[in-house]
Write a protein that binds this ligand. Structure first.
Ligand code: FCB
Length: 530
């Protein structure tokens, strides 16, 4: 493990300097200036804290299908709304869904090949952590409505799929790899969400997924508690949900070519607020359930569970740093994209109507043991003198047509970590996803990884309590509406190869070297700008 550089161990001083500069930045340009203690020395060593988790991330819906020999009936989960979303011919034919129509059989078949994948993760990459999701509809293919008793729930659960997850988690533990389990990564059981019906007629569909708030909050908490009871002896690190704002944005506000989520309807303002509230409440109740039912300390650190949330924390910058209108818009967008949700789950301060004013909700507070940050992009916004969507929020003072999502700002990962540290002091942070689909030119994935990791290291040096980094993704997988056409893997997988052979990309070797060294070796170290 290389020594820390730059701040002479004075984390508090650095954080204070960074805090000052960020507040100045928020008030002025929102472009974060570098505090004095950040200036990189001539030969900077990008190092990471002791006990850092080095991982990769996957999600069940994306990696499981496509098994080389297993029967599709056990390999593919037909009971999730996403299965319907990507296979229903009418939905695929509708240009407004932006669905690729790619068969799920083109996926990488992790459901069958997980032992092999975990061998690669351990022996080739040297990972000590791995993030995967459990699929609700695989645990409970049939409704659990009205059944609350854990023993009765056990009767309803798929014993075969539970055994499968036990085998996967045991395979990780046997290799000395710490699992981080996401309980909800976009997918809902079909018995809770009619994705097709809600796409065509949102007002009259049934069941309505996140819009049936009381039902879904109750059911998802039951599911979370049940999984914690059954698998808590193997898992201590839990994430309740993945990117709730993406469910809202790509599901109810602005589905587009980048991402659609079922039901994929546009500008449904009331639903945006209703779904956000349901997901906030669901998070809190899931945390309660996991804390109650996971009573086994799997890794012997004295805690049976740590439960957090995975969020795509997106820094927002003014398109013109000198324009007060753009600055105000950037602050408002940062609030609508990030803080309205996170303040509720971290601090129990709820702004259900997106008015910019929050009220305390005791039953939501103290329900975050860590925050998982997915970092892909920053946004740049131009301001408008008044709200563009008053029915959504008086804070919607941005030009929606010129809002740009910028995937090429590596320093955004630093800003995301520092902004979270400043807003939620003491909350441990993980980078739970970070990766690029630019995998065809040999060096771009390598540069992407090294540069982002360098910024993570610098964020740690400047006071962010970042405890791990999970690359997205271990292998090429089914990228939601894009199918297999967008590839993010450290290992490539040819969708048409019947064996689904995993072939390492050059970035895999770099990652292994970084992990072995516990720092970015000098020949891989990028020179970061200020
Ligand atoms: C994130 C999702 C993840 C994957 C990456 C590329 O938004 O959480 O499942 O699709 O994007």
């Amino acid at each position: 493990m290389g020594g820390r550089t730059g701040c002479g161990g004075a984390r508090a001083r650095c954080l204070a300097a960074a805090t000052r500069s960020i507040f100045v930045a928020l008030l002025s340009t929102l472009t974060l200036p570098v505090p004095a203690c950040q200036s990189p020395p001539e030969h900077v060593t990008y190092s990471f804290p002791q006990g850092f988790l080095w991982g990769a991330s996957v999600a069940g819906f994306q990696v499981d299908p496509g098994c080389p020999t297993l029967d599709a009936s056990s390999c593919v989960d037909t009971r999730s709304d996403w299965y319907v979303w990507v296979t229903d011919p009418d939905l695929v034919a509708d240009p407004a869904t932006y669905l690729s129509g790619e068969p799920l059989s083109h996926g990488p078949g992790h459901w069958e090949l997980f032992e092999h994948d975990y061998d690669l993760a351990k022996t080739e990459l040297g990972l000590n952590a791995f993030r995967l999701s459990i699929e609700w509809s695989r645990i409970f293919p049939e409704p659990t409505l009205g059944v609350d008793d854990p023993e009765a729930l056990a009767e309803l659960a798929s014993a075969e799929n539970l055994a499968h997850y036990r085998a996967e988690l045991t395979a990780l533990r046997d290799r000395g790899v710490t699992p981080l389990v996401t309980l909800h990564h976009y997918t809902l059981p079909v018995w809770l969400h009619d994705a097709a019906g809600c796409h065509w007629d949102l007002d009259h569909c049934s069941p309505r997924g996140w819009l049936d708030r009381e039902v879904i909050v109750h059911e998802i908490a039951k599911y979370a508690g049940f999984v914690a009871r059954e698998l808590g002896d193997l898992v201590d690190l839990w994430a309740t949900q993945n990117e709730p704002f993406a469910v809202v944005l790509a599901g109810y506000l602005r589905p587009g070519p980048d991402r659609t989520n079922p039901p994929g309807v546009s500008l449904a303002f009331e639903e945006v607020k209703a779904v956000s509230l349901a997901m906030i409440e669901a998070h809190a109740r899931m945390v309660d359930a996991v804390r109650f039912f996971d009573v086994v300390d799997a890794d012997g650190d004295g805690r049976a569970s740590q439960v957090g949330l995975v969020f795509a924390l997106t820094p927002a910058y003014p398109a013109d740093p000198g324009s007060p209108l753009d600055q105000a818009a950037a602050e408002n967008v940062a609030y609508l994209y990030n803080w309205a949700f996170l303040d509720a789950v971290v601090a129990g301060s709820l702004d259900a109507s997106l008015l910019g004013t929050q009220t305390p909700r005791e039953d939501l507070a103290d329900r975050m043991d860590f925050l998982g940050i997915n970092y892909y992009a920053v946004v740049r916004v131009e301001g408008e003198p008044s709200a563009v969507f008053p029915a959504l929020s008086p804070l919607s003072t941005f030009n929606p047509f010129t809002l740009t999502v910028d995937y090429e700002t590596p320093s955004g990962i630093y800003d995301a970590l520092l902004l979270a540290s400043l807003r939620y002091p003491g909350l441990p942070l993980y980078i739970t996803e970070n990766g690029t689909p630019d995998v065809d030119s040999p060096d771009s994935q390598r540069d992407y990884m090294a540069t982002h990791l360098a910024w993570v290291s610098r964020a740690w040096r400047d006071g962010a309590d970042v405890r791990g980094y999970f690359y997205w993704s271990l292998l090429d997988n089914y990228e939601w509406n894009h199918g297999m056409s967008m590839r993010f893997g450290l290992y490539s997988v040819d969708p048409l190869d019947p064996q689904k052979t995993r072939v390492p990309r050059p970035a895999a070797q770099d990652y292994a070297r970084i992990i072995r060294a516990g720092r970015i070796p000098d020949d891989l170290a990028p020179r970061l700008g200020p």
